[in-house]
Design a protein around this ligand. Structure first.
Ligand SMILES: Cc1ncc(COP(=O)(O)O)c(C=O)c1O
Length: 429
């Protein structure tokens, strides 16, 4: 990849960018939340679209010069709705989210008051920080009730319902950051209705699978659906929020719309801007639009299918080699490996893998108490699948991981094997 100006302008940063590109090319990336965007998406991200302020929404901006951005944003909205097969009458979509965390915060601010209760999956069960963990704004500004998983590692829906009815949260969040099994959005939607809560489905991890019809869609059962755009969806770093154009819940009852601005979608828009964000990042909005176009192609479904096939093979191979997996396997793009099964913890395993050129992040497993020193490592296949790797390569990767973590083979030799695989499946930048 050529940078005509960067190296002349700033050698230090130029060198670091070059080194990072090399690192990406020479690393087997098993971080379940990462991916590689297309060259076209990279082009749009680096375009002069970054230069413009567009506070507001199409047709109602606080700055002049926004006709083109209005068109871009509307295309992004239309494509997002089309991608998830939604009717524009029932659903609205906000495509301005800077990232998943502010987008979740915007949803909370839109629908509940400070100090009211949200209920999400606990971090050590696979939930995200923004689902109510005490160190996140979601846990500081709101009261929190959390649900977890049973001893088998699967979501315990009975327990979830019991907690929801006891705590009467205003929002129940479905979705996770480290959960290897299909989520029953229908069940959680029903529980939310029973408890008088909004149902926010955070599909950041599985959005690509949902688009491809390989994970049940949350839309029929949710009031709001948030997704980041940079994980399985393979777009730029950012988020989108889908929200119903009706149904405001007040005093635990679904209210009829009295005024137009009382829809959930209107509230979400106000909460994104001016609630938690300022001007949208227009280069990213355009890149989102492009990524949605890419995700609408038949090849995207083939890609998502391969992600799952690869995850299943990697999981099975690791199990054969003595690694224990939370829930015993995977339905999606990731798995959670309990490193205690091979006498390690998450941090130790993460470091050993990084030394040979494999990135996979340490992660809590159910029951873990210390987030910085957890027992597991999360492994996902979206990025290696983008490189073109298939089942055969998953077997090779499992062998390398086994050689590194269990057989304690020489790091130099294993690194060579990693490099060989990377060269065979190059990144095109
Ligand atoms: C389920 C879920 N929600 C929200 C987020 C937050 O996204 P971001 O890192 O873009 O703020 C993540 C990120 O990993 C996630 O996995």
């Amino acid at each position: 990849m050529k940078f005509r100006y960067l190296e002349k302008e700033d050698k230090k940063i130029g060198d670091l960018v070059k080194r990072e590109i090399e690192r990406q090319k020479e690393t087997i990336n098993l971080i379940a939340s990462e991916n590689y965007v297309s060259s076209a998406v990279l082009e749009v991200l680096g375009s002069p679209l970054t230069n413009k302020y567009s506070e507001g929404y199409p047709g109602a901006r606080y700055y002049p010069g926004n006709k083109i951005y209005d068109e871009i944003e509307k295309i992004a909205q239309e494509r997002a709705l089309k991608l998830f097969k939604l009717s524009a009458e029932e659903w609205g979509v906000n495509v301005q989210g800077y990232s998943g965390s502010p987008a979740n915060l915007a949803v909370y601010l839109a629908l509940i008051n400070l100090g009211e209760i949200i209920m999400g999956m606990a971090l050590n069960a696979g939930g995200h920080l923004t689902h109510g963990h005490k160190v996140s704004a979601s846990g500081k500004f709101f009261k929190v009730a959390q649900y977890g998983v049973g001893e088998d590692g699967f979501i315990d829906y009975k327990e979830l319902e019991k907690k929801a009815l006891e705590n009467k949260p205003k929002i129940i969040i479905s979705g996770a950051t480290a959960y290897a099994r299909e989520i029953d959005f229908e069940k959680i939607g029903k529980i939310a209705k029973k408890a008088g809560a909004y149902h926010l489905a955070d599909i950041s991890h599985i959005a690509g699978l949902v688009v491809a019809g390989l994970h049940k869609s949350p839309f029929p059962y949710a009031d709001i659906v948030m997704t980041t755009t940079h994980k399985t969806l393979r777009g730029p770093r950012g988020a989108v929020i889908f929200a119903r154009r009706k149904k405001i819940i007040e005093n635990n009852e679904i209210q009829k719309i009295k005024k137009k601005e009382e829809t959930i979608f209107d509230r979400i828009n106000k909460a994104v801007f001016p609630g938690v964000q300022g001007g949208p990042h227009n280069n990213v909005t355009a890149a989102k639009a492009l990524a949605f176009l890419e995700a609408g192609k038949p090849s995207f479904r083939v890609y998502q299918k391969q992600i799952i096939k690869n995850a299943k093979v990697l999981a099975e191979e690791l199990k054969k080699k003595g690694f224990s997996l939370v829930t015993g396997g995977t339905d999606n793009h990731l798995m959670l490996v309990d490193m205690r099964s091979v006498g390690l913890d998450g941090m130790g395993a993460e470091r050993m893998l990084e030394e040979i050129g494999i990135t996979a992040n340490r992660n809590a497993v159910p029951g873990d108490e210390k987030p910085f020193r957890p027992s597991g490592v999360r492994m996902g296949t979206p990025a290696v699948t983008t490189r073109g790797m298939k089942e055969k390569e998953m077997k090779e990767i499992a062998e390398i991981i086994y050689g590194c973590l269990v057989k304690k083979e020489s790091a130099v030799g294993l690194k060579k094997e990693v490099l060989k695989l990377c060269k065979k499946f190059p990144l095109m930048y």
